[in-house]
Design a protein around this ligand. Structure first.
Ligand code: SF4
Ligand code: NI
Ligand code: NI
Length: 708
């Protein structure tokens, strides 16, 4: 019965797809290009499953023949599940046809196809458990309220929620704020749009997992073991939805449904649940997802899903702005006797006493004490404030140090949120996350303008200056140990980052100080000490100690890793790098692109295409993923001549790194305003024009030794 219904659904979708593809060929011809925007994987699902890139309508027609071979009709569960996969591939073809001719078939609030960059961005939050799972909600809930309650229950747990079909209308009806930034992503209203989340899961396997396209068995193992997704399907579940659900089950994603007619349960895979209010619990159990519970005594929600929430001017009660008035955020280490645990003090007016819509000063000083606390951890803790304050529903935070900006929304204010609650959040989170080093913590928040000026200029700035001095002096040579980071192994099983003072982790989120703190907080955790007592080649940055460590932490997958070379045994990439650099043969240099950059580079590749050259924990000489901060490091590709090799960067990235990069260029080579010699997309996106520009500027790379 169940099996027949899946076959039926599959046949129906297959028939529609054949019609659609034939129709499109009749209209546009077989040579017409097909593909999704902002991906290096053409039709990602079909490519992942078969290893073949479909680029034209004619090839799509051929691919339909391959799909047909998956549609066996034995009365076995596995035949039915493979028919589910076939259904998913058909859905991908139907969706791809919507994008013909560069069309933009989806509009607010729906997303449709998701770019490769979003998947890379999700890498770190997925491994840290910040995004503990991915929910796919399909169909219409019995009532809009039940649907929205379900969405919000996942959102409050940090789960990324994708929506397909009627649930989107229900969410709109109740005015739910949606968007990737609050982890609610409406995909589309047709059932075929569910493929866009499947596509994310399969690309994760290619990007992070080093799964070979076409190796369907490894692909399915990867999604089953490493992608914590599940489906909630509302009744009525027709044959087509059932066939799509079979595809999900084959990927290892359980389907939970309130449909009770004509659907037999498959233990652990197709699960009946009469009450929508129980979907959350049943789903998390079925997928074995554990939620970190943060219970903080404040009148609004606190969850990682709110981290990306933006408060617009018209929605804000008050704001604090370090770029206009005196502000600061600071952690200070104290003696045990000087700190009264959980003491929260507000010095100055509360939000009630501030004019509506006004710009105010704020400075918070978090004093911590603990036997294992070190001043080196102060900036590590401090940098987390951005994340903590942002996770408050209705509160928005950007910037750091004395340049932070905070907005409190009217809604949060009306719910009772006040300044003292910021103290409550800082206190709870610091105690939660830094329990191993912080025994006692107290928070003082100043809103009195004169006090803010005093704290900023007399207390905070001198501390920041001292820290900068320490960071400037923190070089690879000046420390005794480096650290490994294997956090990303959850998705990229053989990847190891070696983190040094001058080379931060490629995600940009783990500096040497962060790694050191992580090691102290959790000695058996992802960051381990790597000694550097047995150097092999200082110029390459190769050490016997480092080789031993990567061999051990990659379970033998890696033998040798150098710290300073892009050509010889370069460090591996997991996939969540901020930037990627690749060799540009005509100029003897390298091109760097950042994840945010959507355009073309002189390599003839976009960021996603460059990025697809490396990842999954394998070494790919000539391409290297890295953090933004690494660009101005004296150790950047030192073995190949260093930052002098940089010939092109997107304009925005260039501007971000200019000050520090120019300083390094001056120090190392005596070059003034080096970034003026570096091309960008407003100057050239093809190699000939780039070389012309570099020649005119006398760029040093042109006269350096060839890299290959
Ligand atoms: Fe992943 Fe490397 Fe960042 Fe660690 S430092 S989280 S392994 S990218
Ligand atoms: Ni001032
Ligand atoms: Ni990663």
């Amino acid at each position: 019965m169940l099996i027949d219904r899946i076959f039926n659904g599959n046949d129906a979708v297959y028939g529609l797809t054949v019609q659609a593809v034939d129709g499109a060929i009749a209209q546009h011809g077989a040579d017409k290009a097909v593909g999704f925007p902002h991906t290096a994987y053409c039709l990602p699902c079909y490519y992942a499953v078969t290893g073949v890139k479909v680029k034209t309508l004619g090839e799509m027609k051929e691919a339909l023949g391959v799909v047909k071979t998956l549609m066996t009709r034995e009365q076995q569960l596995d035949d039915a599940l493979m028919s589910g996969v076939a259904t998913a591939l058909c859905a991908e073809f139907i969706e791809a046809l919507k994008y013909l001719d560069g069309a933009e078939p989806y509009s607010e609030p729906c997303y449709g196809h998701l770019a490769d960059s979003i998947i890379r961005e999700m890498g770190v939050p997925l491994v840290t458990g910040d995004i503990p799972g991915v929910a796919v909600i399909l169909g219409s809930a019995p009532t809009a309220k039940e649907g929205v309650d379900l969405i919000k229950s996942y959102q409050a747990q940090g789960i990324l929620v994708t929506l397909v079909g009627g649930i989107i209308n229900q969410a709109q009806e109740l005015g739910l704020k949606m968007g990737y930034n609050v982890r609610i992503v409406p995909l589309g209203k047709d059932v075929t749009s569910v493929i866009h989340v499947v596509s994310v899961a399969l690309r994760a396997a290619l990007i992070f997992g080093n799964v070979t396209p076409g190796d369907a068995a490894s692909l399915l193992t990867y999604t089953k073991d490493r992608v914590p997704a599940f489906v909630n399907a509302f009744k009525p579940v027709d044959d087509v939805i059932l066939a799509a659900g079979a595809g999900a089950i084959k990927l290892g994603f359980p389907v939970i449904t309130n449909e009770d007619e004509n659907v037999e349960e498959v233990p652990g895979a197709l699960i009946g649940c009469a009450n929508v209010a129980d979907f959350n619990k049943v789903s998390l159990e079925a997928r074995n997802i554990k939620i970190k519970i943060t219970k903080i005594d404040i009148p609004v929600a606190f969850a990682s899903a709110f981290e990306g929430e933006i408060i617009r001017r018209k929605d804000m009660q008050v704001e604090f702005d370090g770029s206009r008035v005196d502000c600061a955020e600071l952690v200070q280490t104290r003696d045990m006797s000087e700190v009264e645990d959980h003491k929260i003090t507000v010095v100055g007016p509360e939000v009630d006493e501030m004019e509506f819509g006004s710009k105010n000063s704020i400075a918070y000083v978090v004093e911590v004490a603990g036997k294992k606390m070190q001043p080196d951890f102060e900036p590590v803790i401090e940098r987390k404030f951005h994340n903590y304050i942002n996770c408050i529903e209705g509160v928005y935070h950007t910037g750091q140090r004395d340049m932070q900006r905070i907005r409190i929304s009217i809604e949060a204010f009306n719910a009772g949120f006040r300044i003292k609650h910021i103290g409550e959040v800082l206190y709870s989170q610091v105690k939660n996350e830094f329990a191993a080093v912080v025994d006692k913590c107290q928070v003082t928040i100043y809103t009195d303008p004169a006090e803010c000026t005093r704290i900023r200029h007399e207390v905070a700035i001198p501390v920041f200056d001292k820290r900068d001095e320490r960071l400037d002096n923190l070089t690879d040579e000046s420390v005794d140990v480096y650290y490994s980071c294997i956090l990303c192994q959850a998705f990229s099983p053989s990847h190891v980052c070696v983190v040094t003072p001058e080379r931060l982790g490629l995600c940009g989120a783990v500096s040497w100080l962060d790694a050191k703190a992580t090691n102290q907080l959790d000695p058996a955790g992802p960051c381990q000490v790597i000694t550097k007592e047995r150097p092999i080649d200082e110029n390459l940055g190769s050490y016997e100690d480092v080789d031993e460590a990567v061999r051990k932490f990659s379970q033998g997958a890696l033998e040798h890793v150098t710290l300073y070379s892009i050509m010889q045994d370069p460090m591996t990439s997991c996939g969540c790098f901020e930037c990627i650099c690749g060799i540009e043969p005509f100029s003897n240099g390298v091109v760097i692109a950042n994840r945010e950059y959507a355009g073309m580079t002189p390599l003839g590749m976009t960021f996603p295409e460059m990025a697809s050259m490396t990842g999954g924990g394998v070494q790919t000489p000539g391409f290297m993923g890295h953090g933004k901060h690494f660009i101005s490091s004296k150790k950047f590709m030192k073995a190949e001549g260093g930052i002098e090799r940089i010939v092109w960067m997107p304009k925005e990235l260039k501007e971000t790194v200019a000050e520090r990069l120019n300083k390094t260029a001056k120090e190392l080579y005596g070059i003034d305003n080096f970034t003026d010699m570096v091309g960008d997309e407003t100057i050239a996106t093809d190699p000939e024009a780039l070389v012309e520009f570099l020649t005119e500027k006398g760029h040093p790379a042109l006269s350096m030794d060839p890299m290959m």
